[in-house]
Design a protein around this ligand. Structure first.
Ligand SMILES: Nc1nc2c(c(=O)[nH]1)N[C@H]1C(S)=C(S)[C@@H](COP(=O)(O)OP(=O)(O)OC[C@H]3O[C@@H](n4cnc5c(=O)[nH]c(N)nc54)[C@H](O)[C@@H]3O)O[C@H]1N2
Ligand SMILES: Nc1nc2c(c(=O)[nH]1)N[C@H]1C(S)=C(S)[C@@H](COP(=O)(O)OP(=O)(O)OC[C@H]3O[C@@H](n4cnc5c(=O)[nH]c(N)nc54)[C@H](O)[C@@H]3O)O[C@H]1N2
Ligand code: SF4
Ligand SMILES: [Mo]
Length: 694
């Protein structure tokens, strides 16, 4: 049923939405429908961060919703991987699934043989129904952690004790902006106007990135840093700040902990050695330090790219320290920013009903999402036999995908809930069609800006698709029909009432609304500080910014942000493979759409002209990149934006299953991650390959 449509304009019915992908911007959108058909999508001018504009992917949503390849019905694969699918009814699908769940329970005496792997397809809060369903069964096997930001979250936990960002509009007040391992021109495009505005008012923009990105091309100073060496660079800057007395003594004395120890470490730090590690001249590092030490406020934005390393968390801690040494933390237009969690305090446990019921002596089994394949293969007593995949495409997005494919072989039932027949869906037994954020109710926060908005239901579900929530409810209902009392997940409650349960007074106060339905009028900016840490009341044990972290030490990490080196290539695989996020896709989403394929028809391998010359490769030649994990073939594109020791491919392609960069990723862990997300992160950029013409 379509309910409560917002308003009429020029013959269209207009509804409010938020793009729920795992994107910094979480844009406010308006959907224009006529006669029940989605006709166009526009930005929502009432959204104070995205201000009526979307990226190309956002404008492509009409095509994404009605793409002829979108899944319409539940389908069953005859033999996994055979490609022989047949349409089944929802009732048949639910029967197979519920019977399997019950059979596994009676075989093993618990639901531990059922595993869930869910992540970032849709960050709307009603999608936590999937976790709620699993938890309401009792102990199961859950993938925890994140392939995305774990190391950085822990680094901020050690230094600040919590995760806060200034409202991105605050960037306008900066005099110096350092974009460190972040490519907002592509990945957070709505922050660019604020950066440009600051620039117009005289701010200098520095980009630190191994790749001369679109963002770097708009900067005043570009530093082509060696991958994984940001800590070396940051500490060299810190040492020079110290030597030249360019530090904020008042801030350090009043608001930090452990300075004396850190200072002693810096006194013995070798700038020359650091300069050679990060590939910069000492003179340039000195200039950078002088600029940072003498320009306030300085806004440092550290992206997710630079923490995808075995030393990623430690590198971030070294950069955070620069914000504290220079007293930029808490200044309007200043600070060190990564991501916040201030607007995520919903009652997400509302849907975990009756966890641990009838399961005495057993508890939920958590497995690292970044090491899922190995654990799936090795876990025993009981082994995992059924896998539920939602909001994920792990076969292209997870490391060492060959291992994952192998681990999936041992499973008896794989169910994937999806919009498209992705590579992961293709390796499933049952694929259930999911609704999009135009076909379901939801509420979506952001991890970057401070706004929260609603997804109203604009159109009826596409063919037989259903929301993750409704699917969870239908299985719960079926389980209870087959075996009364077997699942506590509430299947009679409406989405609206679940939202009532997920919201709480704190969130309402933050948004200055009395009921979530008011979000239909406008997205709301949360009443959280416009400037992060303005009060300098840090959430660490000492209540101060911690150069020295006892918590880090307890977790067998260096207490101070000392230098930690990364991994190097070897003679066999001399090139580092970087696979950052692309302009045209959102991880593996969007790249399959006609309009996106028109501008980005195939994946390419970017190489420096020197590499091309050395390997006798010409533009558009078909080449192979390979290591001992696998190989990937595509056309070469020769580009001076990439250093000669790096090969660059953008991650997340899905139209052609053979182009899977993660066949080459060994899956090393980052140094940090388990505190905040439950598991260490993954070092996606600690990958080395060789290259050859074929
Ligand atoms: N268009 C688009 N937007 C997206 C996404 C997408 O796929 N496409 N994905 C969303 C998601 S899930 C995420 S996690 C974010 C990711 O967005 P970002 O935070 O921008 O992260 P990445 O693209 O991984 O990397 C950013 C930059 O870090 C650089 N980098 C790599 N290694 C290093 C290093 O050692 N040091 C330094 N200084 N820089 C390094 C890369 O070259 C890249 O230019 O974007 C979100 N937004
Ligand atoms: N080599 C390399 N690999 C990487 C990265 C990298 O930089 N390099 N980045 C990593 C990062 S940062 C991330 S966040 C991960 C992302 O990895 P994933 O979390 O797997 O993200 P997506 O590729 O976006 O896949 C999400 C899937 O969810 C589906 N989906 C969308 N909406 C819904 C819904 O409402 N319900 C259901 N059931 N499904 C839905 C989409 O169709 C899509 O296929 O990839 C990681 N992988
Ligand atoms: S992908 Fe990101 S920038 Fe594009 S519409 Fe969605 S939230 Fe906005
Ligand atoms: Mo991510």
């Amino acid at each position: 049923m379509v309910f409560n449509l917002s308003f009429k304009k020029e013959g269209y019915t207009v509804t409010r939405h938020v793009c729920p992908r795992n994107c910094y911007d979480a844009c406010g959108m308006l959907a224009f429908t006529r006669n029940g058909i989605l006709k166009k999508i526009d930005g929502d001018p009432k959204h104070g961060y995205t201000r009526g504009k979307l990226c190309a992917k956002g404008y492509s949503y009409v095509q994404r919703v009605y793409d002829p390849n979108r899944l319409k019905y539940p389908i069953l694969q005859k033999k996994r991987g055979s490609g022989q699918w047949k349409r089944i009814t929802w009732d048949e699908a639910l029967d197979i699934i519920a019977n399997k769940i019950l059979e596994l329970k009676s075989r093993y005496g618990s639901h531990l043989s059922m595993a869930l792997n869910k992540y970032s397809g849709n960050f709307g809060i009603l999608h936590y129904a999937v976790e709620g369903f699993f938890n309401s069964l009792g102990p199961t096997t859950l993938a925890v952690g994140s392939p995305c930001w774990s190391a950085g979250l822990d680094a901020h936990f050690y230094d600040f004790g919590a995760h806060k960002t200034s409202d991105p509009e605050n960037i306008k007040n900066a005099q110096l902006i350092i974009l460190w391992g972040i490519n907002p021109a592509w990945t957070a495009v709505h922050s660019m106007p604020f950066i440009n505005e600051a620039k117009k008012c005289g701010a200098k923009i520095i980009v630190i990135d191994p790749v001369f990105t679109t963002t770097a091309k708009k900067s005043d100073i570009y530093i082509q840093v060696n991958p994984g060496s940001d800590g070396a660079l940051a500490l060299a800057i810190a040492k020079i700040l110290l030597e030249k007395g360019l530090y904020d003594k008042n801030f350090i004395d009043k608001y930090t902990y452990g300075w004396e120890k850190f200072k002693r470490y810096l006194e013995g730090y070798d700038v020359e050695e650091a300069a050679s590690l990060c590939g910069q001249k000492p003179g340039l590092i000195k200039d950078l330090a002088e600029m940072l030490g003498s320009t306030k406020p300085a806004f440092i934005w550290t992206g997710f790219g630079l923490q995808r390393y075995v030393n990623g968390g430690q590198n971030l801690r070294a950069i955070n320290a620069l914000g504290a040494i220079t007293g930029n933390i808490g200044l309007p237009g200043g600070g060190v920013h990564f991501a916040h969690q201030d607007t995520w305090d919903f009652n997400l446990n509302f849907l975990n009903v009756g966890q641990d019921k009838n399961e005495k002596g057993k508890s939920t089994r958590y497995v690292n999402i970044n090491n899922f394949a190995s654990q799936l293969k090795n876990i025993e007593d009981p082994p995992v036999k059924m896998l539920w995949i939602s909001c994920r495409n792990p076969i292209t997005q997870d490391a060492d995908s060959s291992k994952l494919l192998d681990a999936l072989k041992d499973l008896e039932l794989i169910v994937t809930v999806e919009h498209y027949l992705t590579p992961t869906a293709q390796y499933s037994d049952i694929v259930l069609p999911a609704t999009t954020h135009f076909e379901e109710l939801d509420v979506v926060p952001s991890y970057w800006h401070h706004w929260i908005g609603i997804n109203e239901q604009a159109i009826k579900p596409y063919f037989e698709s259903k929301s993750d929530l409704e699917i969870a409810q239908l299985i719960s209902k079926k389980l209870n029909e087959l075996s009364p009392g077997s699942c506590n997940f509430p299947y009679k409650i409406k989405a609206e009432n679940i939202l009532d349960g997920l919201f709480n007074e704190k969130i309402y106060r933050m948004l200055d609304i009395k009921h979530w339905s008011e979000l239909r009028e406008s997205p709301q900016r949360a009443d959280i500080p416009f400037t992060a840490w303005k009060d300098r009341k840090f959430k660490t044990d000492s209540g101060k910014y911690e150069f020295y972290s006892h918590n880090a030490k307890t977790n067998q990490l260096p207490a101070l942000p000392v230098l930690k080196k990364g991994t190097n290539c070897d003679l066999k695989y001399p090139y580092r493979l970087l696979t950052p996020h692309s302009q045209h896709g959102l991880n593996s989403q969007f790249q399959n759409l006609r309009c996106i394929l028109k501008v980005n028809p195939e994946p390419v391998i970017l190489i420096n002209p020197k590499t091309a010359h050395k390997k006798n490769i010409t533009e558009n030649a078909t080449i192979k990149i390979f290591n001992n994990y696998g190989e990937v073939i595509a056309k070469a594109k020769i580009s001076r934006d990439i250093p000669s020791d790096i090969i660059l491919c953008y991650q997340g392609w899905f139209p052609n299953i053979n182009f899977n960069l993660n066949k080459l990723t060994p899956g090393l862990s980052t140094d940090m991650g388990e505190i905040v997300t439950g598991s260490k992160g993954i070092a996606f950029y600690n990958v080395f390959v060789d290259i050859e013409k074929i």
